[in-house]
Design a binder for this molecule. Sequence first.
Ligand SMILES: [Zn+2]
Length: 301
Amino acid sequence: MGGVASRRLGPAAKRPETGRPYRPSPLIWASVGLHGAALAAALMKPSSLRQTLPLLIADHLALSAAGSWTGGDLLGPNLVRLPAHAHCADELCLTFDDGPDPRSTPEVLDLLDQRSDRATFFCVGRRVARYPDLAKEIVQRGHRIENHTYHHRNTFAFRLWNGLTEEVDRAQEVIAEIVGRRPQYFRPPAGMRNPILEAVLARHDLLLVNWTRRGFDAVVRDPAFVVNRLVGSASAGSILLLHDGALGGGAPPAVDRILPRLLEVLERRGLRSMPIPDGLTPADATSGRSRRVGVDSASSR
Ligand SMILES: [Zn+2]
């Protein structure tokens, strides 16, 4: 692990939570404008709804599609690749979702230690509360813990203000209390969002982080397939998605078979994993996005 990444994971950890101004995206402004115009027209001439209703339905379909596009930023900032200034020529970011999980997280930590790789763990709040010692160990061994909601509900992207704030706020609180460091980054379940989420994240100055590439390790048990998907066109600055936890009663992903092979390929390509650096902003999400090229863009699902 180079010194650059170590310096970035510094004492900014306990920064006060001040939030940032909420800036609706152009698509959200357009949607608000359309609804306002449709309402005004309906008040003046109720029969106008016949013309405006199809437009409103199309607008909601567009918003749903934008929220399901895990690599997209039509509903707000979305970091899918590090900006150039935030990493060295040999650094990318491994990220692990859905833990901590005593069945697999300790092994992930040991494997990462073998090459002194460091990673980001998008943890589920209720699991941090259930396995506090394991959560503390993740941080003590040089990795980051970030916010992946409190319950990891499949319906997260369909929730309104109260449902979203409860999931985000509770995870934020429990992680800060147990590991002594407030998350700066947020990843929604399955990477899906809705038009309200950005306003909720802005209250905590949380930046949404999805990924450059994912290997479908939670559903595909063939290590060769997963590793090929992950590293096909991965390069310095890429954010790769893996899972160290399994939710519900299922078995955890086969990290013991996938991670050694993945680390071996990264070694051959001269790449190391660093945690997502401190303090990246919505502007960094935009500049990281502009660096995405070719196959990388097509495979961000
Ligand atoms: Zn997840």
